[in-house]
Write a protein that binds this ligand. Structure first.
Ligand code: PHE
Length: 362
């Protein structure tokens, strides 16, 4: 029992957790002196055991308590030291944090709104869940019209209260009808928004974005259409050498219908908008559908086609963004990959203005 005092003294003096552990093993471990004393109880006479036993147990408890106390003291000292070493210096500059960016589709829509606002166009909207009357019938596509089948439409199982089939709009053209019915004439609107078609590959996604343009006024002719598109494309691509080619085409809602190609030049194997497509290192690509609004559509819009004429156009916003900012896979637009968004996204303060430039990069 003579080891008790030196053991307690050594525990009190131990200055590391490891030293405390070594003292525990020396006293309470298998070979420890307390364990040896406990073992010796078996060979004692009952009287001896009665007098010595409690002293051995008391020694074991004293050592155990001293070890626990010392270990707790050392642990809290270690924690104090760690906390002292890890204080935050509030005078340091804030660390760089991830920031959001404006999606190129949003940016391009803002650019388009800015460009057309300058030409006197207001922004109109319509529902993405549309009925087949606005999406097809009123655009001169009666139920049996073959163009309906070409749209790969997503239909809803139920009809609306008027018995019309409900669908996800396949183009922004129904906003033409809604604008005429709600605002009458004269009219100058653009309608950007989401559209849906059951189609999916590298250049088609089931949801994409279009922008519609509609002008209704008196004495409107194809010359107005061509000037408007040329002015728009020059402002959008920010270059003067934009050359347009108008090709006769067919849309049920315009007559005549015109598909618009823009000339491009090949630069390092990439198509860059600008220059005549007839040059040896260039070509034409289709960017827009358009035409003079069909008389029947003007009637469906509640207006007299002998009094009012107009032109309309529609184009893909995602496609315009790709041509202007150089992305080559449409699907990445809708993946939400932060690396893509950081690379192609715009800063919140890059608000497009005609004076500051509609194409400021982040
Ligand atoms: N709505 C047509 C489409 O989605 C585009 C278009 C709009 C054509 C307006 C002519 C006039 O392809």
């Amino acid at each position: 029992m003579e080891q008790l005092e030196p053991t307690l003294a050594a525990i009190a003096a131990a200055d590391t957790i490891e030293a405390v552990e070594a003292l525990r093993v020396g006293a309470l471990g298998k070979q420890g002196w307390v364990s040896a004393l406990l073992k010796s109880l078996g060979g004692m006479s009952p009287e001896e055991r009665t007098s010595t036993g409690p002293r051995i147990h008391a020694a074991r408890e004293a050592v155990t308590a001293a070890l626990g106390e010392r270990r707790a003291a050392l642990e809290s000292a270690a924690l104090e030291a760690k906390l002292a070493a890890e204080t935050a210096d509030l005078s340091l500059p804030a660390p760089a944090t991830a920031r959001g960016s404006v999606h190129p589709v949003s940016q391009v829509m803002d650019e388009l709104a800015e460009i057309f606002a300058d030409m006197g166009f207001a922004v109109a909207t319509g529902p993405e869940i549309e009925d087949d009357w606005h999406n097809f019938t009123a655009l001169n596509m009666p139920e049996t019209h073959p163009a309906r089948a070409m749209h790969d439409t997503f239909y809803f199982p139920d009809h609306d209260v008027q018995g019309r089939s409900m669908l996800l709009r396949t183009h922004t053209s129904p906003v033409q009808i809604r604008s005429m019915l709600s605002q009458g004439a004269p009219l100058r609107v653009i309608a950007p928004g989401r559209v849906y078609r059951s189609d999916s590959d590298a250049t088609h996604t089931p949801m994409f974005h279009q922008i519609e343009g509609l002008v209704i006024d008196k004495g409107i002719h194809l010359g107005h259409l061509k000037w408007t598109l040329e002015t728009f494309l020059k402002a959008f691509f920010e270059r003067e050498d934009i050359v347009l080619r108008l090709r006769p085409s067919y849309f049920p809602f315009t007559e005549p219908s015109v598909e618009v190609d823009v000339g491009y030049t090949l630069i390092n194997g990439k198509r860059v908008v600008g220059g005549s497509g007839d040059a040896t290192n260039g070509g034409w690509m289709e960017v827009l559908g358009s035409g003079m609004v069909n008389r029947k559509v003007i009637e469906f819009g509640g207006l007299d086609p002998d009094e009012w004429q107009g032109f309309a156009f529609g184009t893909g916003v995602d496609r315009l963004a790709m041509l202007k900012y150089g992305m080559d896979d449409l699907r990445a637009f809708f993946d939400g990959d932060v690396r893509w968004l950081q690379h192609y996204g715009f800063g919140a303060l890059d608000v497009p203005t005609l004076s500051g430039g509609v194409g400021v990069r982040a």
